[in-house]
Design a protein around this ligand. Structure first.
Ligand code: VGL
Ligand code: ZN
Length: 194
């Protein structure tokens, strides 16, 4: 399958942040695999949005506050910064999420202006890459479909936490059931020079 990138498309790069990468407190084992495909395709999009987990220390989803996760992506810290492997010159907009201490912030649409910002730009289809497949990529792509966007997840540009071994495949199935499509970066940009 091949896709032609249109002016009405946006690339949403979910949480390419240091704390989710090897060495970080919530490291995604294969996290580094996302950057090659993302940097290769981003220049072809008129609109590229990067999202960032941006939590307060009193977030109830931290283990210290009775939740499931270690401290990660505390607002303004180096761990919340985008990896230097992400070529930022192609990113047009940054959306911070997970700011509210009582909601998980997995979806980039939760408590943000992302849906209206994309609509104002005339975006109808969203390609989704980033971290992590089983949380923020899953919820962002499902909510994109709920908001009425066509949502296409780029399977070579995502990676899973896999707290349980089946989490990745369960997440892909949940996305499929919600109407999310799947492609690879090679279905969008196939010339090696790009
Ligand atoms: C994420 C767990 C907690 C993610 C964020 O970016 O997928 N996962 N916060
Ligand atoms: Zn988080």
């Amino acid at each position: 399958m091949s896709y032609r990138i249109e002016p009405t498309d946006a690339l949403v790069v979910v949480d390419p942040q240091n704390d989710f990468l090897p060495g970080g407190p919530l490291a995604v084992a294969d996290g580094l695999r996302i950057f090659g495909p993302i940097n290769r395709i981003a220049p072809h999009f008129a609109h590229v949005v990067a999202t960032g987990d941006w939590h307060p220390a009193d977030h109830e989803f931290f283990q210290a506050n009775g939740g499931p996760w270690p401290f990660h992506c505390l607002a303004g810290t180096p761990g919340a910064a985008f990896s230097k492997l992400l070529q930022l010159e192609h990113v047009d907009a940054i959306v911070h999420k997970g700011i509210d201490p009582h909601t998980d912030g997995y979806s980039a649409f939760a408590g943000t202006q992302l849906a209206s910002e994309l609509r104002v730009l005339g975006i109808t289809r969203i390609f989704i890459a980033g971290l992590a497949t089983d949380y923020c990529v899953k919820m962002t792509s499902i909510e994109a479909a709920v908001y009425g966007f066509r949502a296409v997840v780029l399977t070579d540009a995502i990676a899973a936490v896999n707290v349980q071994p089946d989490d990745e495949s369960d997440a892909l199935e949940a996305m499929r059931l919600a109407g999310v499509e799947f492609a690879t970066s090679r279905d969008l940009v196939w010339d090696s020079a790009a």
